[in-house]
Design a binder for this molecule. Structure first.
Ligand SMILES: Cc1cc2nc3c(=O)[nH]c(=O)nc-3n(C[C@H](O)[C@H](O)[C@H](O)COP(=O)(O)OP(=O)(O)OC[C@H]3O[C@@H](n4cnc5c(N)ncnc54)[C@H](O)[C@@H]3O)c2cc1C
Length: 303
C-alpha cells in the first residue's frame, strides 16, 4: 500500500515523499523509528491533495511541525507522517496585522516582527516550533501565550473543509486548543500585534534569550518541558525536590540544568526516555501525591 501511495502522491503533489523515513531526523529529541510513509508537501495545495488522497485510501496519518514536542515510538509509525514544513513559511505584514503559514518558524516570525517594530511575540522568540504547532499547543512562555496574539486561524478538518476560526472560537487553554480537540490541521494564522519600539523589543528578546540559555539545556536534544504544569506547584521543582535532578536511564537524563527537561545525552531511544518519564512520575507521585501529565506528544506508545 505504501508503495502505491508514494507513486500516486508523486504524480499529484510537489514535495518530499519517502518510504520508511527515520523519525529521529524529524524530532528534536532525535529519537523515533521509521514512518511507513513520510510526506512533506511544498504548498498548501499539495498538502490538501495529500490529505485527500490519504483520507480516501483510509491510510492513517499524523501531522507534525518542527518535531519539538514529539516523542515517536522506536517501532516507528504505522501510517503516514505528514510534515507541515518550512516551505509553508510566508509572512505578510499589513500595519499591525500579520498573516503567516503554518510552517513559519516562531523564532523567525518574532525576528521579522521585531524588525518592523511590532511588539507581542517577544515571549515566543525562543520556542523552537513552527507557528502551526504553536497554535495547536497554545505554546507559551514568560507570561505570554499564542492566545494573546492570535486574530484568526485557517484550518482543514477531517473532511477536507477549510474553516476559519476567530480567537474565541479556537478555545485556547493551557497547552491545548480546538486544533487538538477536533484533530484540525492548521494552514494559515492571522495575528494582531502592537506598535512598539524596535530597540525595546530587541532588548526584551535578548533578555529572554539570555534567561533561556542560563536556565534551560537548549543545547541538548529534548522536547522542552516534558510534563505539564500540575494544578499545584511546578513540575521542575517537584522533580528536583524529589531528588531526581540528573537521574539517568541509559542515555536519557533528567537535565541537571533544569529538572523539567528530560534530555537525550547521546544515543537515547524513545523507550529509554519513556522509562525515565515513568520513573519520574512514580517518584513524584510517591513523594507528593501529585500525578504529572506529559506535555510532550507521545506517538505509537502508551504512557
Ligand atoms: C528547547 C525547547 C524549548 C521549548 N520551550 C517551550 C516553551 O517555552 N513553551 C512552550 O509552550 N513550548 C516549548 N517547547 C515545546 C515546543 O517547541 C512547542 O510545543 C511548539 O509549539 C511545538 O511546535 P512544533 O512545530 O515543533 O510541533 P510538533 O512538535 O511537530 O507537534 C506538536 C503537536 O502539534 C501538532 N501540530 C503541529 N503542527 C500542526 C499543524 N500545522 N496543524 C495541526 N496540528 C499540528 C502535532 O500533531 C503535535 O500534536 C520547547 C521545546 C524545546 C525543544
Amino acid at each position: 500500500m505504501k508503495y502505491k501511495l508514494k507513486e500516486l502522491l508523486e504524480k499529484e503533489i510537489n514535495g518530499n515523499i519517502y518510504i520508511d523515513e527515520n523519525m529521529n531526523k524529524h524530532t528534536y529529541f532525535k529519537t523515533g523509528g521509521p514512518a511507513d510513509l513520510f510526506v512533506e508537501p511544498e504548498s498548501t495545495e499539495s498538502l490538501i491533495k495529500t490529505l485527500k488522497i490519504l483520507n480516501e485510501s483510509k491510510f492513517d496519518y499524523y501531522i507534525i511541525g518542527n518535531g519539538t514536542n514529539l516523542l515517536i515510538s522506536d517501532k516507528g509509525y504505522k501510517g503516514a507522517v505528514v510534515k507541515i514544513g518550512n516551505k509553508l513559511n510566508s509572512i505578510t505584514v499589513n500595519g499591525t496585522k500579520i498573516k503567516t503559514g503554518a510552517g513559519t518558524l516562531l523564532s523567525n516570525l518574532a525576528k521579522e516582527t521585531c524588525r518592523r517594530g511590532l511588539s507581542g511575540l517577544e515571549f515566543a522568540s525562543g520556542i523552537p516550533g513552527f507557528v502551526g504547532g504553536a497554535v495547536a499547543m497554545n505554546a507559551g512562555a514568560y507570561h505570554g501565550e499564542m492566545k494573546d496574539v492570535i486574530d484568526y486561524v485557517v484550518c482543514l478538518d477531517k473532511n477536507n473543509n477549510i474553516l476559519k476560526y476567530n480567537n474565541e472560537e479556537m478555545n485556547f487553554r493551557y497547552r491545548k486548543s480546538r486544533v487538538k480537540d477536533e484533530d484540525l490541521i492548521v494552514l494559515e494564522i492571522g495575528l494582531i500585534l502592537e506598535e512598539g519600539n524596535v530597540e525595546e523589543i530587541k532588548e526584551r528578546i535578548d533578555l529572554l534569550t539570555r534567561l533561556r540559555k542560563e536556565k534551560q539545556p537548549v543545547e541538548m536534544p529534548s522536547a522542552g518541558s516534558t510534563f505539564k504544569r500540575p494544578e499545584k506547584g511546578y513540575a521542575a521543582k517537584l522533580i528536583e525536590d524529589a531528588g531526581l535532578k540528573g537521574l539517568r536511564f541509559g542515555d536519557a537524563m533528567v537535565s541537571d540544568k533544569h529538572s523539567g527537561f528530560l534530555v537525550n545525552c547521546g544515543r537515547a531511544s524513545t523507550d529509554e526516555i519513556l522509562a525515565l518519564m515513568r520513573l519520574v512520575r512514580e517518584k513524584v507521585y510517591e513523594t507528593y501525591n501529585i500525578e504529572l501529565e506529559p506535555e510532550v506528544k507521545i506517538i505509537g506508545e502508551e504512557f
